[in-house]
Design a protein around this ligand. Structure first.
Ligand SMILES: Cc1cc2nc3c(=O)[nH]c(=O)nc-3n(C[C@H](O)[C@H](O)[C@H](O)COP(=O)(O)OP(=O)(O)OC[C@H]3O[C@@H](n4cnc5c(N)ncnc54)[C@H](O)[C@@H]3O)c2cc1C
Length: 387
């Protein structure tokens, strides 16, 4: 049996960033991942809007300075439009920050973490590897891998995504509410410059977002009802580009395709208990959120930052798998996660409900918010993690 202090299952963005954040600690870490990340040719259609709070986290763990600046774009302004004339605009300048977020390809960050993890002296990288059996003993979590290796540690971290094997094997509940929608993602070249502005439309057929990429390129996320998302995935690349440009009122002129479209099913997932004796859940294993607020990976990075802070500050005699100790992590992350899930879910419902009278009301609400600079800036600073 190989003994560690910490086993992380899942080397996606959440799990790998936790591993890297712990590189200067005395902890002996095993990272179990079944597939190493790789860069696609051209541009990745999986793109994240990384908040300033998480840029600070990436900087603190030494990853930020290694990311290729030519592949990233700041968001300096944002325009959000309702479905009946409602409008709200945010700007970095008015909020008093250099940028509202950075748009970064998923695989760019994933490969940087992976390279860093490979060089990490307190880390054993087990890849390709999958867990097969889990036994929670009083003194340790014991994980048997499919190739027969047996690992044990005081603490097991489940960072294996929304269908987490570890969460299931440990018997922790997850309440799933499918949205009946898919997130359609694709990148395009635009006729007109985006000037680092992101656009979002709350439409009858879902929420459409244009996110700026370097040059005259954008990434599009359209959260659309399943049937529409499937129909759009079946279109030719140019027909989809025309459809997406049309839906945004040609605000950036015509589009030509840059990457093929991909679609992923959306669901709200609430996990009442994210720690148990010898276990902590991280990232998508701990929560699922609608992509309209762009907070999926931002919550995951903040989970990693918080757990890394707790583990690295623990005295040497601390049993890091002790449930009371892990509850500090659960408490620290619960409020932000629930608030983001509730706010995002509420916003999505507000624009999907067809109750008479609601349409004008929600659009007036947007216009009013737009005219209340203090309230608006408070909202945006909270979303940026600036408090
Ligand atoms: C198909 C898809 C596309 C998405 N596209 C976007 C997008 O464009 N924009 C956006 O903002 N959000 C997107 N999301 C949501 C976003 O990807 C997540 O919020 C984020 O990736 C969560 O990171 P994570 O590290 O917690 O989980 P994941 O990224 O799911 O990482 C989990 C890791 O665990 C590994 N793993 C899983 N099971 C096992 C196992 N049994 N054994 C070993 N390893 C295992 C996986 O290989 C993976 O590396 C998408 C989600 C999906 C599913």
């Amino acid at each position: 049996m190989q003994q560690f202090d910490l086993i992380i299952v899942g080397g996606g963005l959440a799990g790998a960033s936790l591993a890297v954040a712990l590189r200067d600690t005395r902890l002996r870490i095993a990272l179990v991942e079944h597939q190493a990340p790789r860069r696609p040719e051209g541009w990745d259609s999986r793109i994240y809007a990384v908040s300033p709070a998480n840029v600070a986290f990436l900087d603190a763990i030494g990853a930020w300075k290694h990311l290729d600046a030519a592949r990233m774009s700041p968001i300096r302004g944002m325009q959000v439009q309702g479905d009946a004339g409602g409008e709200i605009a945010f700007s970095a300048y008015e909020t008093g920050v250099p940028e509202l977020a950075w748009i970064i390809e998923s695989s760019l960050m994933a490969c940087e973490f992976w390279e860093s993890a490979k060089r990490q002296s307190n880390l054993t990288l087990l890849c390709p590897a999958r867990p097969q059996a889990l036994e929670m003993r009083d003194e340790a979590a014991v994980l048997t891998l499919a190739d027969g290796q047996v690992l044990s540690a005081q603490l097991l971290v489940a960072a294996d995504g929304r269908d987490s094997w570890v969460r299931e094997a440990a018997g922790l509940l997850a309440h799933n509410t499918p949205y009946g929608e898919k997130g359609l993602v694709a990148n395009f070249i635009t006729e007109r410059p985006h000037r680092s502005v992101a656009y979002q439309w709350f439409r009858d057929d879902g929420v459409l977002a244009y996110l700026p990429l370097p040059g005259d390129k954008i990434s599009v996320v359209w959260s659309a009802p399943d049937a529409l998302a499937d129909e759009m995935c079946g279109l030719s690349e140019q027909a989809l580009a025309d459809r997406v440009a049309d839906a945004g009122g040609h605000v950036l002129g015509g589009f030509s395709p840059l990457t093929p479209a991909a679609a992923f099913p959306l669901r709200l997932m609430r996990v009442p208990q994210t720690v148990a004796p010898r276990l902590a859940l991280l990232g998508d294993a701990a929560h699922g959120i609608h992509p309209l607020s762009g907070h999926g990976i931002n919550l995951g990075f903040q989970d990693a930052a918080e757990l890394a802070r707790l583990l690295s500050q623990a005295p040497p005699w601390q049993d890091i798998g002790y449930e009371r100790f892990l509850q500090r992590y659960q408490r620290a992350r619960r409020e932000e996660t629930q608030l983001m899930q509730t706010a995002t879910d509420g916003l999505r419902r507000l624009f999907r409900e067809s109750v008479p009278g609601l349409r004008p009301l929600r659009n007036v609400g947007m216009r009013l918010t737009n005219q209340l600079p203090y309230f608006k800036n408070t909202l945006v600073r909270y979303a940026l993690g600036a408090f």
